[in-house]
Design a protein around this ligand. Structure first.
Ligand SMILES: CC(C)(COP(=O)(O)OP(=O)(O)OC[C@H]1O[C@@H](n2cnc3c(N)ncnc32)[C@H](O)[C@@H]1OP(=O)(O)O)[C@@H](O)C(=O)NCCC(=O)NCCS
Length: 227
């Protein structure tokens, strides 16, 4: 069975050859980011997506037919999709970028850097019977729930408190989802290795036996480095 692949990059992998891979919509979005770190994270996410999908689709990276239409407004800031192609999910935080690609069912990936802001979100994050002793535990709940919400494409339009997941000391699993009893048995979840001071999770729909591989994206990215 073909693996689900999670490609990992650090911000330092961004280089001047990458923007050439972006289409005009992506370049316009890149140009709107005021902070260099936001530009780099976005550019890396798009570049890894295009470089990883190109050999699977048999086209040049620039020709991978990516769309990002938002379900609410139609603007290109929604989940990335390839019509009829593999499923994908992108996440960035701090200096980490993750791009997850599945030849099987829809999937969601989320990475978060440990930051003080987590303490403020617990009221919006934890369901009534969930509790978190510290920052690390909050991050685990956050990434587990966001990975699930990204896999369904709902994102934060659905309250995080609608989902009930296993606590951080247990392997990640969806226990209940308000008004969606069909979903818990369909999800497979995996904690990912984003390095110290980061927490990351993957949620995959409908393919419990799919192998999951984590790979460095640096070798992909250097193929486009200016010489
Ligand atoms: C997407 C979202 C779940 C994650 O936010 P986050 O933790 O701050 O950021 P992450 O880096 O983990 O993920 C961002 C990526 O998720 C993807 N994404 C965006 N919307 C998504 C959705 N509904 N479902 C799945 N993935 C989504 C994009 O690839 C985005 O990266 P990109 O813009 O560089 O391509 C959250 O910001 C959200 O739900 N936003 C949309 C809310 C909405 O739909 N509002 C209506 C606007 S009109």
């Amino acid at each position: 069975m073909e693996p689900v692949t999670v490609w990992w990059a650090r911000r330092e992998a961004a280089h001047p050859g990458l923007p050439a891979l972006l289409d005009t919509v992506e370049r316009a979005r890149r140009d709107r980011y005021l902070r260099a770190e936001d530009r780099d994270r976005f550019t890396l996410g798009v570049a890894i997506t295009r470089l990883a999908l190109a050999p699977l689709l048999g086209v040049a990276p620039e020709q991978v037919p990516l769309t990002r239409a938002c379900a609410d407004c139609g603007d290109p800031h929604g989940p990335p999709r390839v019509p009829g192609g593999p499923h994908l999910s992108v996440s960035h935080s701090g200096d980490r970028v993750a791009v997850a690609i599945s030849p099987h069912g829809p999937l969601g990936v989320d990475v978060e850097q440990a930051t003080a802001r987590m303490a403020d979100v617990s009221g919006h994050l934890l369901a009534p019977d969930e509790s978190a002793a510290d920052e690390r535990a909050l991050l685990a709940y956050w990434t587990r729930k966001e990975a699930l919400l990204k896999a369904t494409g709902d994102g934060l339009r659905i309250p995080l408190t609608n989902l009930h997941v296993t606590p951080p000391e247990m392997a990640p699993r969806l226990l209940t989802w308000k008004n969606r009893p069909d979903l818990p048995p369909r999800f497979t979840m995996r904690s990912l290795d984003a390095g110290p001071a980061y927490t990351a999770c993957l949620a995959l729909l409908d393919h419990p036996d799919a192998p999951i591989e984590e790979r460095p994206a640096a070798p992909l990215l250097t193929t486009t480095a200016p010489r």
